[in-house]
Design a protein around this ligand. Structure first.
Ligand code: DHB
Ligand code: MG
Length: 209
């Protein structure tokens, strides 16, 4: 509901660090597709409420969501962020550094599928996942998140409606089909407790049992 979204957006303003991340992403010529601000605040809350110490982000873009995630971490917590493009990771790193989280974040460059397989081989485990990369990879990313999860880990994914295309039965492109498959798995996988928020572009939230 756009009216409710507009109402909420004027209650909370983006602070300087988030504004800088957003503007810097735009100035770098990168896509302006940050997570909706209220969902960014939800990321901070979920990280803080879950007590997560090791976060894995899939898709860094310009670091807006990275700042939201890092803000929820207690002392000693870390953020690992997988990013396909080195230039994007550099912009994200700059924004996290300016926000005071440069020491906490590690960027892993390249195809997230390969990075995830490597993390699994290394025996890495995480207690918070944020999925926001290429939409055709979503089902694989969910599967890998479950495999890399400590018990009780939280999984959040952005864009579960693909600007409404997921809800339109006439749309059947590869990204739409992949996100539908992701959503169906989210809802039915017995290893998860889960739900989805319908505002903005849809946000999936799950907890690994
Ligand atoms: C779009 C938005 C996103 O948040 C994203 O991760 C990818 C694409 C979009 O609106 O096109
Ligand atoms: Mg997104």
């Amino acid at each position: 509901m756009k009216e409710a979204e507009a109402y909420i957006e004027q209650l909370w303003q983006d602070d300087e660090d988030l504004r800088r991340a957003k503007e810097g992403t735009k100035e770098a010529g990168m896509p302006e597709i940050e997570i909706a601000a209220p969902y960014g605040r939800l990321l901070t809350l979920l990280v803080r409420m879950s007590g997560a110490k090791a976060i894995l982000e899939i898709g860094a873009l310009g670091g807006y969501s990275g700042i939201c995630l890092a803000r929820g971490l207690a002392d000693g917590g870390t953020l690992t962020s997988l990013e396909l493009k080195e230039a994007y990771a550099e912009v994200a790193r700059r924004h996290l550094t300016q926000a005071g989280y440069g020491e906490r974040v590690t960027y892993q460059l390249g195809d997230a599928r390969e990075s995830l397989a490597a993390l699994e081989r290394e025996g890495k485990r995480y207690d918070f996942f944020f999925i926001d990369a290429d939409k055709e990879g979503y089902l694989y990313y969910l599967d890998m998140a479950i495999r890399l999860a400590r018990p009780g880990a939280v999984i959040v994914a952005d864009n579960t409606f693909l600007r409404g295309r997921v809800l339109n039965p006439a749309k059947e492109g590869p990204a739409v089909q992949a996100v539908r498959a992701f959503n169906e798995r989210l809802a039915t996988d017995e290893r998860l407790d889960s739900t989805m928020l319908p505002s903005y572009d849809g946000l999936a939230i799950a907890r690994v049992k």
